[in-house]
Design a protein around this ligand. Structure first.
Ligand code: HEC
Ligand code: HEC
Ligand code: HEC
Ligand code: HEC
Length: 162
């Protein structure tokens, strides 16, 4: 595993070298291989069946795209996009959610919103390649009382009062 990491490190160095010296020919493929991206919760199920089962059965995250869809009608496109940050996986990050059509496997907030992008771990199966121990900080990006309060103001208005 160590060897692989060093190899990726070298690749990244090489990609930067190419970038700076204007010869970007191999650049795309090399940096893609070394950057972590999101694979979606279903991929994790292959090896973590019970976590996946519990997650899809009990965690509302596994259905979080639905939550914004039911609010869609009252929202502008721009407002709808603001929901993606918390209700999908990796929106705005490389290899993350783009749209329901392009990246259907990332439309819900999946395993990787907590454990981080899993593309490398899925290949190596190395626990060191995925975030294992988490702290409250890993949740605050989305479970932030002021931000959630502010953002949910509008959803609540449209959320069934009438
Ligand atoms: C091809 C098999 C495989 C796939 C696919 C896979 N894992 Fe793993 N994962 C493992 C193995 C093997 C371990 C180490 C043994 C264990 O803890 O079960 C592990 C360990 C972990 C750990 C514990 C890490 C630690 O520090 O102890 C987490 C968290 C994890 N995986 C999350 C994920 C997530 C999230 C996905 C999907 C993005 C995923 N895994 C996909 C095989 C896999
Ligand atoms: C990427 C954003 C994001 C991150 C990071 C995140 N959550 Fe969430 N979480 C959500 C969203 C969105 C919902 C609501 C889903 C819905 O109802 O549509 C939710 C719901 C929940 C719930 C409600 C109960 C349920 O059934 O799901 C709990 C508890 C929770 N999250 C805990 C956590 C914890 C603990 C962490 C950190 C380890 C965390 N979340 C990290 C977005 C996030
Ligand atoms: C900063 C992160 C964040 C953003 C942005 C966000 N949400 Fe949420 N949303 C959450 C979290 C966290 C929960 C679950 C915890 C809670 O109830 O506060 C949630 C829960 C929900 C629920 C379930 C309500 C319930 O009480 O079960 C709906 C519906 C929802 N959000 C819609 C939206 C819509 C629509 C948008 C965009 C306008 C949006 N959210 C933007 C984080 C966010
Ligand atoms: C809301 C955040 C959150 C989500 C989403 C989440 N996990 Fe975890 N996961 C945790 C926490 C917290 C731990 C315990 C870490 C620790 O012991 O410090 C954990 C531990 C694990 C472990 C280590 C073994 C164990 O059970 O303790 C594996 C494997 C794992 N998660 C896989 C997954 C998979 C697969 C998914 C999606 C199907 C997933 N997780 C979704 C928060 C999350």
């Amino acid at each position: 595993m160590k060897k692989k990491k060093i190899f990726f490190g070298l690749c990244r160095g090489y990609a930067l070298f190419l970038l700076f010296f204007g010869c970007g020919f191999f650049n795309g493929t090399i940096s893609q291989a070394s950057d972590k991206s999101y694979v979606g919760a279903e991929k994790c199920a292959e090896c973590h069946e019970s976590e996946y089962k519990n997650f899809t059965e009990y965690a509302k995250k596994s259905n979080s795209f639905h939550s914004i869809q039911i609010m869609k009608k009252g929202l502008t496109n721009q407002e709808l996009k603001s929901c993606f940050e918390c209700h999908t996986t990796g929106y705005g990050e490389s290899g993350g959610f783009k749209s329901e059509n392009e990246t259907p496997h990332l439309k819900n907030a999946g395993c990787e919103v907590c454990h981080g992008p899993g593309s490398i771990h899925v290949e190596t199966n190395d626990p060191d390649d995925i975030k294992g121990s988490l702290t409250a900080k890993d949740c605050e990006k989305c479970h932030n009382s002021t931000r959630v309060g502010a953002f949910r103001y509008k959803p609540l208005i449209y959320g069934g009062a009438h």
